[in-house]
Design a protein around this ligand. Structure first.
Ligand code: CMP
Length: 476
């Protein structure tokens, strides 16, 4: 409690105490009759009652001063020093109520020989009337006490009760005061809180939010997710740890629906932060040439690909294959023949392209992206090589007829060109020397793969591989 508030609270009781003390000890003695004590009651009843009531008023004023000072000492000093936070209003109010009732009971007993217990139990009717009149108030009081015992939320937490969401400002013996996000104050009675389900987002908790957006089907999910992740990573009020993530929520009617899950530093500012993220996404989409999906009906009329487009595509694929080391000996015609026979596939990050142990009758060239070659190491994948644009894989099973020797996993969104057995056989028919260079590559890769191969003579392995390649393709 602030000192100025305490001063305000004490000003009137102190003034009243001083006034009644002056009245009792300085003014009334002038009018005192000669008789004293119990005799006064009969000889001068007027004076007797004025003095009695002044005494009671003095005690009551002193009671206010005493209780308020004790409450300030207990809660503003001791409680705050120990717990390092404000004492709950409910506890302060309860303390004051109990103290007032006890002191009033003492005064009644001393001056009128009345016991509070006898007063209450003596009048059943009074009890019923009080009970009915205070039904709601007492309900709130007891709900407030159980709220404090349970402590489901604290001042500063964001809570949702019924239709209200806001930051808790205080909890009194009657109600919780919530400041909504439109800066209105809502008082929700304790008994209502006790009845309803409450959603609590504690102030010191890593509270998460979901923000939704969507993108057109033709925008690759890997790219969308990467762009959005980068765009929101450093936004204000977004926790770095745990890091926000983006995932596909649904394949909707008009587009792919995504959600962002992010954690806030200060949950009370979630509206601003959600809005900031949406703004960042819009700009990031704009820069990356991505498009939001909105409910539309589009009529697609499929047109055969223009000859010019096909030529460009074939040229790009031929360019890729000519830049792949093993195909260097092939002439232009052979390369474009191979390009026509190859099929392009796109894989999402983390997708497995090849599984160890499976049969394989094709090989792949990395067109865009990169892949990891992995083996099982005690049940855990261990990367033995990373292959980038222009590198090839899957040749071992294709050329030797053995099962796939390793897993190959897309490390990012990756486009590969798959070349089948038939197309490769044609190439080998005209370029038998290809077997030599492939044999060496396979031998190197095998040596890397198996620790046992370390002891073997690499040249012997290579010769063995070359002859099995030739056998497989019937070149001997
Ligand atoms: P294949 O055995 O058909 O399938 C797994 C592929 O991983 C294999 O062919 C090679 O192309 C590739 N691979 C295996 N080991 C290595 C390595 N050490 N370095 C690069 N690529 C490899």
């Amino acid at each position: 409690m602030k000192t100025s508030r305490l001063k305000n609270q004490l000003a009137f009781p102190l003034f009243a105490t001083a006034t009644f003390a002056v009245l009792l000890y300085l003014v009334l003695p002038f009018f005192a009759p000669s008789s004293a004590g119990e005799e006064l009651k009969t000889s001068a009843p007027g004076f007797y009652w004025v003095r009695m009531l002044t005494k009671i008023a003095l005690w009551l004023s002193l009671m206010f001063v005493g209780v308020r000072l004790t409450s300030a000492f207990l809660f503003d000093l001791i409680f705050r020093l120990r717990k390092k936070r404000e004492a709950p209003t409910l506890v302060r109010d309860l303390f004051s109520i109990v103290a007032y009732v006890l002191i009033v009971a003492l005064i009644l007993k001393y001056y009128f020989a009345l016991s509070l217990g006898a007063l209450l139990s003596g009048s059943a009717l009074l009890g019923v009337i009080l009970g009915l009149a205070l039904q709601d108030t007492l309900g709130n009081l007891f709900s407030g006490i159980s709220l404090h015992a349970d402590k489901p939320f604290d001042v500063g937490d964001v809570i949702t009760v019924g239709k209200w969401t806001g930051v808790v400002e205080s909890v009194t013996w009657r109600a919780a005061k919530i400041r909504t996000f439109t800066n209105h104050i809502v008082l929700v009675s304790n008994s209502q809180i006790a009845k309803e389900a409450i959603e609590v987002c504690p102030r010191d908790n890593a509270n998460a939010r979901l923000v939704f957006f969507n993108a057109l089907y033709m925008n690759s999910p890997a790219k969308v997710m990467q762009v959005v992740r980068d765009a929101i990573r450093e936004a204000e009020n977004v926790r770095r740890e745990p890091a926000a993530f983006v995932r596909i929520r649904n394949l909707g009617e008009s587009g792919v629906e995504y959600e962002i899950k992010y954690w806030l530093e200060d949950y009370a500012r979630f509206n601003d932060t959600d809005a900031l993220l949406r703004q960042r996404i819009w700009y990031a989409f704009n820069r990356a040439g991505l498009n939001f999906a909105y409910p539309t009906q589009t009529l697609y009329i499929e047109q055969p690909k223009a000859a010019a487009n096909l030529a460009v595509e074939a040229e790009t694929l031929t360019g890729r294959l000519s830049a792949t080391g093993i195909f260097a000996p092939l002439n232009g015609d052979e390369l474009s023949q191979l390009a026509c026979a190859s099929r392009s596939h796109t894989y999402a990050p983390g997708e497995t392209i090849i599984r160890a142990g499976e049969d394989g009758d094709s090989m792949f060239v990395v067109h865009h992206g990169h892949v990891s070659v992995q083996i099982d190491d005690d049940g855990q994948p261990r990367t033995v090589a990373t292959l980038r644009e222009g590198d090839f894989f899957g040749e071992m099973a294709l050329f030797t007829g053995e099962p796939r020797s390793a897993h190959v996993v897309a490390a990012a969104e990756t486009e590969v060109l798959e070349i089948g057995h038939e197309a490769m056989k044609l190439v080998f028919d005209t370029n038998p020397q290809l077997a030599e260079s492939l044999g060496t590559t396979i031998a190197h890769r095998r040596a890397d793969l198996a620790a046992a191969v370390e002891d073997e003579d690499e040249e012997e392995v290579s010769a063995g591989v070359i002859s099995s390649i030739k056998r497989f393709f019937g070149l001997d």
